[in-house]
Design a protein around this ligand. Structure first.
Ligand code: IPT
Length: 977
């Protein structure tokens, strides 16, 4: 069939839509009541007899150079490939994945975008003048599929997500055009439909003018990436539904249901609201196709994320039944405090992007469900849908399982900051010619989600687009329609307003404390509720100091909490199991592994960050109040502590408690701890949600701690030698060497080892040099003095080895000679061969550093060497175990034991040396070269310097002090082997 290509709407600034139907609420109709009630929120779009899901394998033709698709093209003679719908081009071999954070992949010249010419040289402050790769164009893809339409109905096609824009054609005719990637676009196909073999053709462009508003930090993918639904509607059908409600002074609600029929229908409309003792039903006749139905004096149970009470709303006309669940909630802001249903709430949130390592933006509804269930499992109560609307299913599921949503509009113009003259962040937000584009996005945002607003606690105008008259216009538009408060972090760039909820990203704990005290220099943070739309950047090893934020969140009522950045790493999974990130796909500009900043790995396995979060977001917080009392803080707003059971264990004794603590209250409980003594004594607690038996938290309270070892002095054993001043323990056919460097002062830089985003701090320490200056070898004792230089600092290290039975007692003292600033670490590094693979240790059971330790507990642990490091997509320092009392490494024949003497140590066990680790970029570089053990006196904290405050002073160690590290190395032989 022949087609004439539509005019270049994608590059026409004045056209954001052609024949696109007005936005309406997302809902799925069925022809029968039974059908509507018989399906669940996940399957209804696939089950409905009024909807045909057109997902599947479509014909696809990809044009690197858009000029290659002629103005008139013939689908019968075109060469077609096959492509899954929904999917993303770049994850299916059409173009390469490209990861970019804050830049446009083209020249900043709004509203112009590349059309038929190649992308060439352009400016960005990060790379100055950039030459795009040859052959980079505004690529396009042509899609084709066929469907039958035998009934005489109205056929509406609904695209739930297409990047960047879509031209729709049917049976040789142009139907319409739409832009805004994450928003639903609908077109009426009826006039061009045939009973059989309708040829649906879509053209998708890589960029359109709208791409200026979609500069989100993510892989820049394209394609029809969400479901395509063909709605088979009657000539008169339910067109739109809105559900509004108001709470009166007496606590009763009035619900108003607005229904609009298509085709100016006059059919009687039945609306019913039922559930939890409410039975309301009205049949009415519309006027001009519209009806507004009111149910008064409703005594409802309000919805909240802890107890998501929903009511059944059924709207029907003969032949069309729409069933949705709705909840009631009441939001009030008073004296800068946000109240939900008259209760203060804390946001324990995450930022959620749509990301799949094999499908880019395309997530199945099962995958969305998996993410939301993970949130519940990890004590998250809020999702910010960064930085666009999610699939509507996510909202419905959130309302069912109980998660608050900060629903964000598809808007980010970050490239204004990086590519415009004078880095003018507000450039587009202040340009009046863009106002209608901004407001249109807000209208559609609200229009699609208004019926699903149950879980929405804030609207968000978007992300990082600066601020100006256009964002203000969005705000004014939504304020006329909804009383849900609005947040927009970009307001800080305009300094005049902050919308309803003040919002910030990545401030320090000290800064938010000022807000808590209502003393922030940014005045508009003090007089309204304040939250962190992003904090605790979870990139690589980390995030450090999460607990510091939690303290402030709980201390001040005007601080609502925040959403950690971000839930899941973005990366590309390859057939061999490897992952790649920015720069690995031939990108001419990219932001490297800044996309790997999730609490969960791309396959949704938790990283340590997820465990840190789970504990930080725990519903019940336990602390010792006195020797025989614990204080329990119930951080929840609507749930009694009685809904949890705490199983305690102390010195092998077990007992349980059902803590009757009211929401948001603290209470002291007396408990029988038995004999504590002065040795290590820990009270271990496992907290279960009774109803689900979910383990919500594991906590450990340290009642007493004492490490005292008095080894018996002996001559140095014959297995111990000094070779060139370095200790070697040779034991039959195994030996322990020192690693290089032996006195280790650095770690392989984590993503967070940066000063406020920019300067990597750790590499300066990598050129560590050791020079032995004195050696004393005696019968019972050896002493070695070494001058160690690194990062322009000079230290003297004095190591003393005392003989023990089958062991040596090591004392290492570091003294500053000429130093400044902080010392990242002080430890001793040893090497064994890789046959030593079995690890037993008594220390923290999870990766832990001084500012990320509370999620772990001191316990006896067994592990293999490979499990002692984390699976960071970009390898970096990981796996430290704080508070270690002893560690044993065995190859089945010989066991080496490292034991604390008077103070626990930091244990590191890796399959490669720290120096080797500094050079690794991907997991495939993690080649095993032995078994490496570091025993450290300390290691500095992690912080969140990859995008936020770096390690705090209180989690760092001054270089100008003397530090003493002591431990014992001993060995034993298994005679049976
Ligand atoms: C900020 C962005 O909002 C988010 O999309 C992401 O880029 C995150 O931080 C970092 O991973 S932007 C940052 C420059 C503050």
């Amino acid at each position: 069939m022949k087609y004439k290509k539509a005019q270049a709407y994608y590059a026409d600034f004045n056209t954001i839509e052609v024949n696109r139907l007005p936005i309406r609420s997302y809902f799925i109709p069925f022809t029968t009541k039974k059908g509507a009630l018989g399906s669940d929120i996940k399957n209804k779009r696939y089950d409905s007899d009024k909807v045909v899901c057109l997902n599947g394998i479509w014909d696809f033709a990809y044009y690197d150079n858009p000029n290659d698709l002629l103005d008139t093209f013939d689908t019968d003679t075109m060469k077609w490939d096959k492509l899954d719908v929904p999917s993303c081009w770049q994850f299916n071999g059409y173009g390469n994945p490209m990861y970019l954070n804050a830049r446009y992949p083209f020249r900043f010249n709004p509203p112009k975008i590349p059309t038929t010419e190649p992308v060439t040289k352009y400016f960005s402050y990060e790379t100055w003048f950039t030459h795009a790769k040859e052959g980079e164009y505004n690529h396009l893809g042509v899609y084709r599929t066929f469907f039958n339409a035998r009934e005489d109905k109205r056929y509406i096609i609904s695209f739930l997500g297409v990047c960047s824009c879509i031209e729709v054609y049917l049976n040789g005719e142009f139907i319409g055009y739409s832009e805004e990637s994450h928003m639903t676009s609908e077109f009426d196909l009826t006039n061009h439909i045939k009973p059989e073999a309708n040829e649906l053709v879509c053209i998708v462009h890589r960029w359109c003018n709208g791409s200026y508003l979609e500069c989100q930090d993510m892989f820049r993918n394209n394609g029809i990436f969400r479901d395509v639904l063909l709605k088979v509607e009657d000539k008169v059908d339910i067109w739109d539904i809105d559900f509004k409600y108001k709470k009166a002074k007496d606590g009763k609600y009035t619900a108003t249901i607005l229904v609009e029929l298509s085709g100016n229908g006059k059919e009687e409309i039945e609306v019913s609201l039922t559930g939890h003792g409410i039975e309301k039903n009205i049949i009415g006749t519309p006027v001009d196709g519209k009806i507004s139905v009111e149910f008064k004096d409703l005594d409802v149970i309000e919805w909240n994320a802890e107890k998501p009470t929903l009511y059944d709303l059924m709207v029907s006309i003969p032949n069309s039944y729409v069933y949705t669940k709705v909840g009631f909630k009441n939001i009030k802001i008073d004296d800068a405090i946000y109240y939900l249903n008259n209760k203060k709430i804390k946001i324990r949130g995450v930022n959620h992007h749509d990301t799949s390592p094999v499908n880019g933006y395309t997530m199945t509804l099962d995958e969305i469900e998996q993410d939301l269930k993970l949130c519940k499992e990890y004590n998250v109560n809020t999702i910010r849908t960064s930085h666009y609307q999610p699939d509507p299913y996510l909202l419905e599921l959130a309302s069912e399982i109980g998660l608050y949503i900060v629903d964000e509009c598809d808007l980010e113009a970050h490239g204004c900051r990086t590519q415009s003259f004078l880095f003018n962040f507000n450039y587009l937000s202040k340009k009046r010619s863009w106002m209608s584009h901004y407001v249109n996005r807000m209208e559609r945002h609200y229009g699609r989600d208004k019926l699903l607003k149950t879980p929405i606690i804030m609207w968000s105008l978007g992300n990082e687009s600066g601020d100006g008259c256009n964002t203000m216009a969005m705000y004014e538009w939504i304020k006329k329609r909804s009383d849900i408060p609005v947040q927009y972090e970009g307001a800080v760039y305009n300094r005049t307003k902050a919308y309803d909820i003040a919002s910030q990203m990545y401030p320090s704990v000290a800064d938010i404390t000022l807000v808590g005290e209502r003393k922030s220099k940014t005045k508009q943070f003090n007089d309204r509720p304040y939250w962190l739309c992003e904090y605790a950047h979870a990139m690589g090893t980390g995030p450090g100091n999460l607990e510091g934020y939690m303290d402030v969140f709980y201390k001040y009522d005007n601080i609502m909490g925040g959403c950690i950045w971000e839930m899941v790493d973005h990366a590309v999974l390859h057939e061999d199991g490897s992952y790649t990130y920015g720069g690995d796909h031939g990108e001419w500009i990219h932001d490297s592994n800044f996309c790997c900043d999730g609490l969960f790995y791309p396959n949704r396995m938790p990283s340590t960050g997820a465990y840190i979060m789970k504990h930080a977001y725990r519903p019940l917080r336990l602390e010792l109040a006195s020797e025989r009392e614990i204080r329990i803080f119930n951080t929840l707003s609507f749930t009694s502590g009685k809904e949890f059971r705490i199983d305690f264990e102390i010195n092998g004794k077990e007992f349980s408690l059902i803590p009757d603590v009211k929401p948001l209250r603290k209470k002291i409980f007396e408990i029988d701890l038995g004999e504590i003594g002065d040795k290590d004594c820990f009270l271990n607690a496992k907290i279960y949600e009774i109803k689900t038996n979910r383990l919500v938290d594991e906590a450990q309270l340290i009642l007493s701690e004492e490490i005292r070892l008095k080894p018996k002095k002996m001559p140095l054993p014959e297995e111990f030698k000094l070779v060139d001043g370095n200790p070697v323990i040779e034991f039959k056919d195994s030996k322990i060497n020192t690693s290089i460097p032996y006195s280790i002062l650095f770690r392989a830089g984590t993503d967070n080892d940066k000063e406020r985003f920019y300067f990597k701090t750790m590499p300066k320490w990598y050129d560590e040099k050791e020079k032995i200056t004195e050696t004393f070898i005696g019968k019972e004792k050896c002493v070695v003095k070494t001058i160690v230089t690194a990062n322009k600092n000079t230290f003297e290290v004095e190591d003393t080895y005392l003989g023990l039975e089958n062991g040596v007692f090591v004392t290492s003292i570091i003294k500053p000679i000429s130093v400044s600033g902080f010392l990242p670490r002080f430890g001793k590094a040893f090497k064994l061969d890789s046959s030593f693979d079995d690890v037993t240790y008594y220390g923290r059971d999870k990766e832990s550093y001084i500012d990320m330790v509370d999620h772990s507990k001191i316990a006896l642990c067994h592990s293999k060497v490979l499990d002692m490091v984390e699976n960071n997509i970009k390898p970096q320092e990981s796996g430290n175990r704080m508070d270690t009392r002893y560690a044993e490494l065995s190859n089945g024949k010989v066991t080496y034991r490292f034991e604390a003497v008077s103070e626990a140590f930091n244990l590191g066990i890796k399959p490669y040396s720290d120096l080797e680790l500094t050079k690794m970029l991907h997991r495939k570089d993690e080649v095993r070269s032995g078994t490496y053990i570091t025993i450290s006196k300390f290691q500095m904290g992690i912080g969140t310097g990859s995008c936020g405050p770096s390690t705090l002073k209180e989690h760092s160690y001054y270089a100008d002090r003397e530090y003493k590290l002591q431990f014992i190395i001993s060995w034993s032989e298994n005679k049976d082997k």
